[in-house]
Design a protein around this ligand. Structure first.
Ligand code: PBG
Length: 332
C-alpha cells in the first residue's frame, strides 16, 4: 500500500532492524562465555549429585563430581568457577574454626579442581556463615556482629584458600576493613597473584533465600543481616564502598543481587571503570526457572535476555547459575 500523505520520516530506526545481518552490524553489546562465573555447591561424600529443591536444575556435588564439572565447564569455555560449601551442621561452631581448616570441604574442592582442570580460575567465598552456629557472616558477641574479630578470622580463611590454590578470593561478608587486611596478609604470605573480587556492594536482600537452602544456612540464621549488608534504598553508599574496596586492594568489584540493581552496576562502571561483576543470585534464578517450568515464559530466552542486561549495564561478567546452559547455547 503506497502512502499518499507526506511528510515521510527521514530517520527510520527500523532500517537498522530489517534483517539479522543489519541487526548484527549495529548491535552494541554481546554476551560471551568469557563473561561467565559459575557458582557451584559442594558437599561431602563421593559420587553424589543431589538437587537443591528451591533451585530447579542446580545440584550439590561431592568433591569428585565438582572436579568433573569443572573439567566440563573449562571445555565449554567458562573461565571461572566459584565454590560454595554445604557444611555438615556438626561442623558449625561458635569460633567457626572449620572456616580455615586446610582440609575443609571448600579447600578440598579447590585442590581437586586445580588438579583436574588447572586452567579454570577458582573463586572462593569468604564469610563465616557456612561455619557459624547462628548462620551469620561474622562473629556474634552479645547479640552484635563484631567487625574486627571477624576480619581476623576472615584473613585466616583467605590464607587457607590461597594455600589450597584459589585464584580469586571473594569476600562476601561486608565487614569493614577486610579487603585491606586480606590484601596485606596475602602479600606477606607471598600470594601476590591471588586476586580479590570484593562483594563490595552487597545488599541485605530477600533474593538470597534459595541459596541459604542450598548451603544449609536457612535454619541456622538468627535475625537478619541488615547491620552489615546494604540497605536496598541506597545508591551513593555503593559508590563509597566500591571506592574504599578498590583503595584497599580489591582487583575486581561486585554488585549483588543483579537484576534489581542494574542502576548500581551502571553507576559503578561509569564512576570507576574497574572490572565490575554482578551476581545474578539464587532468587533471580529461581524466579526464572519457576515461571519457565509453568510455561509462563520462555526460560531460555529470558535467561539470555537477563544476562545481556548486565552487559548493557556495564558489567564485565556475571556470576550465574545458568553458566553451563548459556555456554552450551553460545557454543552452538
Ligand atoms: C554468604 C553468601 C550469600 C550468597 C553468597 N554468599 C548469602 C547471604 O549473604 O546470606 C548469596 C548467593 C545467592 O543467593 O545466590 N556470605
Amino acid at each position: 500500500m503506497k502512502p499518499t500523505i507526506a511528510p515521510y520520516p527521514l530517520t527510520r530506526f527500523r532500517r537498522a532492524r530489517q534483517s539479522d545481518a543489519i541487526r548484527g552490524l549495529v548491535r552494541e553489546n554481546a554476551l560471551t562465555t568469557d563473561d561467565l562465573i559459575w557458582p557451584v555447591f559442594v558437599r561431602d561424600g563421593e559420587g553424589i549429585e543431589e538437587p537443591v529443591p528451591s533451585m530447579p536444575g542446580v545440584v550439590r556435588r561431592s568433591v569428585d563430581l565438582i572436579a568433573k564439572a569443572a573439567v566440563e565447564a573449562h571445555a565449554m569455555g567458562i573461565p571461572a568457577i566459584c565454590i560454595f560449601p554445604y557444611t555438615d551442621p556438626s561442623l558449625k561452631t561458635e569460633d567457626c574454626a572449620e572456616a580455615w581448616n586446610p582440609d575443609n570441604l571448600s579447600n578440598r574442592a579447590i585442590r581437586a579442581i586445580k588438579s583436574s582442570a588447572p586452567d579454570i580460575a577458582v573463586m572462593t567465598d569468604v564469610a563465616l556463615d557456612p561455619y557459624n552456629i547462628n548462620g551469620h557472616d561474622g562473629y556474634v558477641v552479645d547479640g552484635e556482629i563484631v567487625n574486627d574479630q571477624t576480619v581476623e578470622a576472615l584473613v585466616k580463611m583467605t590464607l587457607a584458600q590461597a594455600e589450597a590454590g584459589a585464584d580469586i578470593i571473594g569476600p562476601s561478608d561486608m565487614m569493614d576493613g577486610r579487603i585491606g587486611a586480606m590484601r596485606r596478609a596475602l602479600e606477606a604470605a607471598g600470594h601476590h597473584n591471588v586476586m580479590i573480587l570484593s562483594y563490595a556492594a552487597k545488599y541485605a536482600s530477600a533474593f538470597y533465600g534459595p541459596f541459604r537452602d542450598a548451603v544449609g544456612a536457612s535454619g541456622a540464621l538468627t535475625g537478619d543481616k541488615k547491620t552489615y549488608q546494604m540497605d536496598p534504598a541506597n545508591s551513593n553508599e555503593a559508590l563509597r564502598l566500591i571506592e574504599r574496596d578498590l583503595t584497599e586492594g580489591a582487583d575486581m568489584v561486585m554488585i549483588k543481587p543483579g537484576m534489581p540493581y542494574l542502576d548500581i552496576c551502571r553507576r559503578v562502571k561509569d564512576t570507576f571503570g574497574a572490572p565490575t561483576y554482578a551476581y545474578q543470585v539464587s532468587g533471580e534464578y529461581a524466579m526464572i526457572q519457576a515461571a519457565a517450568q509453568n510455561g509462563w515464559i520462555d526460560g531460555e530466552k529470558v535467561m539470555l535476555e537477563s544476562l545481556l542486561a548486565f552487559k548493557r549495564a556495564g558489567c564485565d561478567g556475571i556470576l550465574t547459575y545458568f553458566a553451563p546452559q548459556v555456554a552450551r547455547i553460545l557454543q552452538g
